[in-house]
Structure formats: C-alpha cells, structure tokens
Design a protein around this ligand. Structure first.
Ligand SMILES: Cc1cc2nc3c(=O)[nH]c(=O)nc-3n(C[C@H](O)[C@H](O)[C@H](O)COP(=O)(O)OP(=O)(O)OC[C@H]3O[C@@H](n4cnc5c(N)ncnc54)[C@H](O)[C@@H]3O)c2cc1C
Length: 365
C-alpha cells in the first residue's frame, strides 16, 4: 500500500511510524523542517487518555520520560493557585518528532493536493454532498492523510470559512536569571477571555521548561499585531525586564468542530483521512497534542484491521462518536454556557465552581 501523509507534525509523525511497522510505502511531506517549540504541553483530561498515549509510545518503543521537561503540579490561574488532579507534562516535542521521523526522511515541500478539489453539490434527496476530485499528483497513493494541523489542507471551504473559528497565537521563548526562575516555577494562565460566539477560550500562559527557559504565549481572537504588542508588554511586566528573548513566532489553533470538518472518505477508489488538529481535534482551551497522538493510532489500528476502504469509513464513524464531547464543549463556549464551562475548568485545572464563575464573569469581552 502507498500512503501520502501531508504534515510531519505530531499526528503525521506518529502515523508515519505506526504505519511503517506494517511495511507500507509512505511519503511524508512538510514544507517547514524547523521543528519549533510552539506547543509543549501534554495535558491529559482523564486516565483513559494517559493509558492510550502510553500504549502508543510502548508500541513505538518510546519512553515518554525521555521527553518530559517538567511535570506540572501547580497551576496559577489569574493569580490563584490550583492543583490539578490531571497529569500535565511539559515535553520536548520537537525532539520527540525528530526522533519519530528525522527530517531527512521528510519530503520538503508544501503539498496542497486537494484545496479547491471538492465540489459541493445537492443530490436527488436534497442532501448537500462533497466530492473529492482526484488529481495526478496523488494518484499513486491508496491513502492520502491530512496531518497538516491548522492549515487543514483537505478541509472544505474558502479561506474565510476555513479559518473563521481559529484563534491567533503568538509566543516567545525567553531565558531569565535564577531569581525569576524560582518565582515562575509553575504553569501560569492569565487574562482568560471568552469571546462571544467563538469556540476557543483565549488566555496568556507561562510554561517553565527548565534551565531558566520559559515558553510564554497568548491566544486571542485579535489581530496578529495586537497580540505581539500585548505579549511584549505582558512579558516585561511579569519578568521585570529581567529576561532575554530567545525566539518568537505566531500561529493559529483550529477551533472548527469535528463534525463540520473532513474526517475521512473514499473517492474514486482513493482513500482520504484526517488526523490531529486538521480535523478540529482541539479542546476549547486549544489543546490538541494528546488527540494528535490518539487519532493517528486509531487510524493506523483501523487500517491494520480492515480493508482500506472499510478502514477509512469505520475510522470516520468512530472518530465522530469518540470526540463528540470536544464539539459539545466548543459549542458550550460559543454560547457561553456557564454550567458547562465551569465543568470544563474543573475538569482541566480543578477550579471550584464558584471560582470558575468569577473567572468567567471577568473573562467575557
Ligand atoms: C502556540 C500554541 C500553543 C499550543 N499549546 C498546546 C499545549 O500546551 N498543549 C496541547 O495539547 N496543544 C497545544 N497546542 C495545539 C497543538 O500544538 C496542536 O493541536 C498539535 O500540534 C496538533 O498536531 P498536528 O500534528 O495535528 O498538527 P501540527 O503539529 O500543527 O503539524 C502540522 C504539520 O503540517 C505541516 N504542514 C502544514 N501545511 C502543509 C502543507 N500544505 N504541505 C506540507 N506540510 C504542511 C506543518 O508545517 C506542520 O509541521 C498549541 C498550539 C499553538 C499554536
């Protein structure tokens, strides 16, 4: 079987490794070979997720401890300390990805085979369907996988609909001296904002990654320039000018619902599927690393168990059911459903309900 994976991020790399074990011929594409540090948190929302990720790592002969930079015990949210009952690791994600798929294996190119390749039409029954038109570039592959993260190369729509729910982010890696290091030796979440009608919650964070280094960033529904200016001011205020900026970059996080995204299908005998963030596998807080790993595993398992056509269709059905809760949570944020959002804060960071209420009222734009 020949497979084309678009994107050598976390989901694409895990999938590459898992499918390689079956002896498939695989091309993996990425136009960016610099493995940046844009996201380093592995945040597990329940025990099943920990078990699933451990299982995947065991199959791949990887010890998660080799990549853990820090285990977070305390989270400071808007000035108050909380002690989550969940596992939160800060990991060296770029090293993990490089170990899974060294950049020498990756075909260095931007691969956009299917943008504009869908046609939307109304069939006899009145239902709107999307059709995938194959193309010379991909015809050699039995399976094409969208692992392009926020770029969502296989997703339907024009630029506006594709990105309308995405939140913008901007982040710095900073180094600072010993005194500040002690003060910030926990995970900080600050300036929480819930944006009316939007599925993701905005906030600013400081994540300690050891050796006096901090990953500082923010995610809001604002324009890029405003974010940079805001983050510069924030870092200055928090670290008292006592730091050195090592690097910085900006990005987006996919806030689209899974049920409105392209998950998988068979078109003209070509199988197509999405994994990770490209299909909207993010929580309302923008976390997607755990789901990138789990989705790649589920797809590989389905492929090893069934004929390819059936595998992709089963994968699609299964994913829509399994991750239904993520969609519900995002819809709850969009409609400012107080009850569900407080439950969410409790689930992730163990924030008591009355405290969550305060945070939420403060957070509304
Ligand atoms: C600033 C920031 C902080 C975050 N923090 C956290 C966190 O703490 N915890 C957490 O769980 N999640 C976090 N996330 C989300 C998390 O990073 C993603 O959900 C996760 O990386 C998704 O993995 P992925 O493999 O699906 O996509 P990605 O990791 O984004 O990988 C996609 C890859 O595809 C490549 N690509 C894109 N388009 C093309 C193309 N046309 N052709 C070829 N290659 C292409 C990209 O270069 C990239 O390497 C954060 C995201 C951001 C932006």
């Amino acid at each position: 079987m020949q497979v084309g994976i678009i994107g050598a991020g976390l989901a694409g790399s895990i999938l590459y490794k898992l499918l390689s074990e079956h002896g498939f011929y695989i091309d993996i594409y990425d136009h960016v070979l610099v493995r940046g540090c844009k996201s380093m948190g592995l945040i597990f929302s329940n025990k099943n997720e920990i078990l699933a990720v451990k299982k995947v790592f065991k199959i791949l002969n990887i010890d998660i401890q080799d990549y853990v930079l820090k285990e977070i015990g305390e989270v400071n949210i808007s000035g108050d300390a909380y002690f989550p009952n969940k596992k939160i690791y800060i990991i060296n994600k770029s090293k993990l990805i490089e170990d899974l798929v060294p950049r020498t294996i990756v075909t260095n190119r931007e691969f956009n085979p299917v943008i504009r390749r869908y046609t939307t039409k109304v069939i006899d029954t009145g239902i709107i369907v999307r059709e995938f038109c194959t193309e010379a570039e991909t015809k050699f592959y039995d399976l094409v996988v969208d692992a392009s993260g926020n770029t969502k190369v296989l997703q339907l729509g024009n630029v506006h609909t594709k990105y309308k729910n995405d939140i913008r982010t901007c982040q710095f890696l900073i180094a600072c001296d010993q005194n500040s290091s002690e003060k910030f030796d926990k995970f900080f979440i600050d300036e929480i904002k819930i944006h009316k009608g939007k599925p993701l919650i905005g906030y600013t964070w400081i994540a300690p990654i050891g050796d006096g280094l901090y990953h500082v960033g923010c995610a809001y529904y604002r324009n890029g320039h405003e974010l940079w200016e805001y983050l510069k001011r924030y870092v200055k205020r928090m670290f008292d000018s006592d730091y050195k900026r090592v690097c910085g970059c900006s990005s987006r996080i996919n806030g689209n619902l899974i049920s409105e995204s392209f998950v998988g299908g068979v078109y003209e005998r070509r199988c197509v599927a999405s994994v990770g963030e490209s299909m909207g596998l993010t929580t309302p807080l923008g976390h997607g690393n755990v789901y990138a790993i789990i989705s790649a595993y589920i797809l590989s398992k389905s492929i090893s168990k069934y004929e390819l056509d059936e595998a992709v269709l089963k994968y699609k059905d299964y994913m829509l059911k399994k991750f239904e809760k993520l969609d519900k949570d995002k819809k709850a944020v969009k409609s400012f459903n107080l009850l569900r959002i407080t439950r969410l804060f409790k689930e992730y960071y163990n924030i008591p309900t009355h405290e969550s209420m305060k945070i939420m009222l403060k957070s509304l734009y």
